[in-house]
Design a protein around this ligand. Sequence first.
Ligand code: NAP
Length: 486
Amino acid sequence: MTLMNTEEELLSRVPRGLYIDGEWIQTSSTLAVEDPSTGEQLAEVADATADDARAALDAAANAQERWAATAPRERGTILQRAYEEITARTDELAVLMTLEMGKPVAESRAEIAYAADFFRWFAGEAVRIDGRYGLAPNGSSRLLVTKHPVGPCLLITPWNFPMAMGTRKIGPAIAAGCTMVVKPAQQTPLSMLALTDVLERAGLPAGVLNVITSSSASRVMGPLIADPRARKLSFTGSTEVGRKLVEQSAQNLLRLSMELGGNAPFLVFEDADIDQAVEGAMLAKMRNGGEACTAANRFYVHERVIAEFAAKLSVRMAGLKVGRGTEPGVEVGPLIAEVERGKVHELVSDAISAGATATTGGRPIDGPGWFYEPTVLTDVADNARVLHAEIFGPVAPLRSFSSEDEAVAHANATEYGLVAYVYTNDVRRALRLGDRLEVGMLGLNQGIVSNAAAPFGGAKHSGFGREGGREGIEEYLTTRYMAIAL
Ligand code: NAP
């Protein structure tokens, strides 16, 4: 399939190169970016070496003191300008994101609005960094507590939300007065390069933001994690890689934020509005084609309502239009890569061989691109791997429960603890579950929790640290206290 002229033109406008100290630097080798809806090459971007990465940290370290001394209003104004430019360019940025990541353009637009919102939110937070002044209990001295930027940050982002996972880190880092080196995922570097261009136009000084694209994350980031000039690492990605990065950071005692994998339970109680629960399930499961850390991964439904829920969910899933994300009316795009599609199908096959029934879907779709049928599995055995692994695809496994205690036990029986969804009209039950579910976030009668004003983050092996909300900027600040004798 050949690209449309408008798509070619759009790709040609994305700056290429590494962005170091305010300059676009070309490299001798390049890294190919693929369109997951065709498997064909879309573009080539720079492939950084370890020396390039060091140059990026040199720039961040050199700019740190000057940047920390800027007026908070100046930092907030840059973020506000970037918010406005992203919003004005939503259409082109959305198509670009769809080309490299695959999601339907309508979903890319939604991600861009969400991504931009972090800049708007942190533009406000930049001017609200405060401290306190008080008297020591024994009256002998004054305590002055102030907040300061933590220092140069290393920010690593995944491919599934190529822009929002960046702005959620870059926004608070800029607001707090930190400089940074950003490494986007190799499958989706174009959205980050376009975002870099936006920030440059918004007036971000040279050296504050440095962006390196690379075919080997460990080659470029390993030495930076060990470099004593780096003060913080914020990572969004898999639990497996997160664990390795925590270990690597130990030597240098980096401040850490870890936004890792999920295995979200979606609980439907007998008193829930089933039609609303099905709509919520569609959002929680199918946003981003199921390739979200917040995706509902396991559906536990009360035995009295599971037949109705399964039937209605199957009809909705079967009716989804699958196709290239740039085509009109498409609701589900391809998975990111052939190997990822293979993993999804293995989980489905394993569940079926353990007794589950696919009421709709259950197979990869033939033809170019990495498409998979929206799938509902019923009667899924407790030991089926699909209930324990992150599916990252359009597959909804269902299992019944008969009591609240049983539902809670299932929900908590996982190493992960990012988010849970609960559908019930019993307010006391809802509040009880708020206490009992071991998660960082809970969607009550709604299938989406992401919001720039809320503290996003997980418990257990879903990581630690929070992005967004009033908590988000704290991750980029360090506390200093002066003891004062008058
Ligand atoms: P991933 O394989 O862990 O990769 C994430 C990022 O880390 C990429 O930029 C990757 O670079 C880089 N990376 C990989 N190995 C590295 C290493 N040894 N040193 C330094 N960097 C390294 O995850 P993914 O497949 O891109 O993303 C999917 C995962 O992210 C899922 O588990 C999902 O749940 C999680 N996620 C979590 C959240 C959250 O907020 N909790 C949000 C979105 C996604 P390359 O691209 O070069 O491999």
